[in-house]
Design a protein around this ligand. Structure first.
Ligand code: UDP
Ligand code: MG
Length: 319
């Protein structure tokens, strides 16, 4: 463990890694170089999220040669949110910075982020992407749409275009450790805790090597988790749809009844309109039941109360 020197804050860098054999060595080198220039005690916490490639042995080698590198190996892949959660749960430093292994969030910015925190006396410095290099048009478009949609849906408002790349202090970590929900949307939860949070603008770089470990399926799961955990609007939308359907039904009923009496409606020829409304309202019903199902699914997961992640091995942690 790192000793605290006076009231100087010590810093931990938390890095989730999944199949990152192509970037780990370079990633460690660059992060180490930056940390070496700081005048405060530092450490790196790598969380190996069940990698199937050489990430496991590479991280062990780094930990063996550098006592200020801690490693947590998961028993399988639990996803980056679980990995970052484990990092925060196991961090005893005063400050932590969450960083991606692929260097899309450059560690060279750490000194600036630290001095911004110092100047503003902030508890959180969240890093806002001014631009995103080396990412597909599709990814940038869906990400932009997602952050705006989530803000519209959610009861709290989140900073836009902000990933998990951020600095958090001990106060925030202590509060974060009290969250026991399984579907963690970390950037949302950290906004949610409050305290003083300030933005830091940066250019997001391209991955230094390898491919994104976030295929569309994982992105979709991540986006729906965020929506469902931070908003009850989809449920209200279901009520609104139901209300509209009832109103339309009532108006039509009155119209056709009067039409029959006064002879201005020839309802018998209405096969198309009947089919259309049956299909349409059948769809509305399935959709709203589906929304309900999503929330029940979440309740089911939360009620089971399974652990968020399972640790296989740890390195350089003191028991
Ligand atoms: N990651 C992880 N578990 C996963 C997928 C990704 O720990 O199941 C890590 C990955 O190693 C990287 C970070 O999360 O450090 C961000 O992943 P990636 O760069 O693939 O996502 P993108 O930047 O494309 O959104
Ligand atoms: Mg990346």
């Amino acid at each position: 463990m790192i000793e605290k020197e006076g009231n100087r804050k010590n810093l931990a860098v938390i890095v989730p890694c999944y199949n990152e054999e192509l970037v780990i060595a370079e990633s460690y080198r660059r992060t180490r170089e930056v940390l070496d220039q700081l005048s405060v005690p530092t450490e790196i916490i790598y969380v190996n999220d069940g990698s199937e490639d050489r990430t496991y042995t590479m991280l062990d080698e780094i930990a063996a040669s550098d006592p200020h590198v801690k490693v947590i190996h998961f028993s399988r892949n639990f996803g980056p949110q679980a990995a970052v959660t484990a990092g925060i749960n196991h961090c005893d430093a005063d400050l932590a910075i969450i960083l991606d292994a692929d260097m899309q969030d450059p560690p060279e910015l750490i000194p600036e982020i630290l001095s911004l925190r110092e100047r503003e006396q902030a508890n959180v410095v969240y890093c806002v992407r001014k631009s995103r290099e080396g990412e597909s048009f599709f990814k940038r478009l869906t990400a932009k749409a997602f952050y705006r949609m989530l803000n519209y849906m959610s009861e709290v408002s989140f900073p836009l275009d902000t990933g998990d790349f951020r600095l958090i202090d001990r106060k925030v970590m202590d509060q974060f450790n009290r969250f026991h929900e399984r579907g963690k949307y970390i950037r949302g939860l950290i906004s949610w805790v409050g305290f003083k949070q300030v933005p830091f603008y940066y250019e997001r770089e391209a991955r230094i090597a390898g491919e994104s470990k976030y295929p569309f399926s994982k992105m979709w799961k991540f986006a729906t988790t965020a929506m469902l955990y931070f908003s009850k609007k989809p449920l209200r939308l279901a009520i609104t749809l139901g209300f509209i359907a009832v109103m339309v039904g009532l108006v039509l009923a009155v119209w056709f009844t009067l039409g029959k009496i006064y002879g201005f409606s020839n309802a018998e020829t209405g096969w198309t309109s009947i089919m259309t409304s049956v299909i349409f309202f059948g769809g509305v019903q399935l959709l709203t039941v589906g929304v309900l199902g999503q929330y029940i699914g979440i309740l089911f997961d939360e009620v089971k109360g399974r652990p968020e992640y399972i640790i296989d091995e740890i390195r350089n942690f003191e028991e």
